[in-house]
Ligand binder design. Structure first.
Ligand code: CTP
Ligand code: ZN
Length: 155
């Protein structure tokens, strides 16, 4: 439900709205998407806006971009209640709740310097998803949920 009084960040024309993000996680969402503003992307962020479902929520709107499955997988770790709305020509054409996958790969790197996934080998980091974090499939190092943002691949 959105009426004119509640609309805090303007609608987007084409792109993705990541809604129902846990309050305080918006900057981590941007980090996962590799957005730091230097590439000229149009991005709107609402933080701690009132929400019926969550009390307070964050919301991130990215113009001109749809997310990859591995990005959505990693988002699910820090924003388990998020919905991903794809917007085309101002209309929401697709709305999906994030789903916690069994494994994630491609976005997080292993914090263990000696892990084979960090060596010069054709092996890419892969993690098994736990209830409160992820575990490296190669060396069993655990990355807790609140450490995910600090262990992202630079992209
Ligand atoms: N939105 C947007 N730009 C658009 C269309 C929608 O920024 N052109 C945003 C809305 O502001 C809302 C989210 O995308 O935050 C989802 O839109 P919609 O499904 O219309 O809103 P709700 O019904 O409130 O969504 P939900 O049921 O998921 O709470
Ligand atoms: Zn490892």
């Amino acid at each position: 439900m959105t009426d004119d009084h509640e609309l805090r960040v303007s609608k987007i024309q084409n792109g993705t709205v990541i809604d129902h993000v846990a309050g305080g996680q918006a900057l981590n969402v941007l980090a996962i998407l590799g957005i730091d503003g230097t590439r000229g992307e149009t991005v709107s962020v609402g933080m701690n806006v009132p929400s019926d479902r969550l009390g307070r929520k964050d919301i991130v709107k990215v113009e001109g971009r749809e997310l990859s499955q591995s990005e959505v997988d990693v988002l699910s770790l820090i924003a388990p209640a998020a919905s991903i709305n794809i917007v085309r020509d101002y209309e929401v054409v697709e709305k999906n709740r994030v789903v916690r996958p069994d494994v994630v790969s491609g976005i997080i790197s292993c914090p263990n310097r000696n892990c084979i996934s960090n060596a010069d080998e054709p092996i890419h980091a892969r993690f098994t998803v736990l209830s409160d974090g992820v575990r490296c499939d190669y060396c069993d190092t655990i990355v807790r949920e609140d450490e995910v943002a600090a262990n992202l691949n630079v992209n």
